[in-house]
Write a protein that binds this ligand. Structure first.
Ligand code: RTP
Ligand code: MG
Length: 142
């Protein structure tokens, strides 16, 4: 299995409930190492650009309003099979379907306010990491 990177966002509802540490601990415990991180409050323009793929979908406006409702904590994670591993740890998009013990089962408040984002493929991960970390990341050698 190759070493991959993925882009993770702790969304505003999870930041508001002080779950940053708990969520990052789950990634580290699973072998997903933090190679970049920043806290920011997205502008509407940033949120629309980041979620451009979803423009026109019925949930788009609600998603953008939510994502700009408070600060988010963005990380690039690195590890074996990072994209799939991160999505396993997050659980299903709709928290009603998220397996017990997943981030969304434990920290989501609704389908929209589902606590975390994770890239859906290695190629989109590279684009999403460059979106938030244009200066690059710090690969972990130890
Ligand atoms: P994400 O991109 O946030 O990691 O989530 P995902 O791949 O599991 O889901 P995606 O289809 O990319 O949807 C992006 C985010 O939009 C919100 N959403 N709401 N109410 C709805 O029907 C609905 N569908 C999607 C969620 O916040 C979802 O994570
Ligand atoms: Mg997605």
């Amino acid at each position: 299995m190759a070493i991959e990177r993925t882009l993770s966002i702790i969304k505003p509802n999870a930041v508001a409930k002080d779950a940053i540490g708990a969520i990052l601990s789950r990634f580290e415990a699973a072998g997903l190492r933090i190679v970049a991180a920043r806290m920011l409050h997205l502008s509407r323009e940033q949120a629309c650009a980041f979620y451009a793929i979803h423009q026109g979908k019925p949930f788009f406006d609600e998603l953008v309003d939510f994502m700009i409702s408070g600060p988010v904590m963005v990380q690039a994670l690195e590890g074996e099979d990072a994209v799939a591993k991160n999505r396993d740890i997050m659980g299903a998009t709709n928290p009603a379907n998220a397996a017990p013990g997943t981030i969304r089962a434990d920290f989501a408040d609704s389908f929209t306010e589902n606590a975390a984002h994770g890239s859906d493929a290695a190629d989109t991960a590279e684009v999403e990491i460059a979106f938030f970390f244009p200066e690059g990341v710090c690969p972990r050698t130890r």
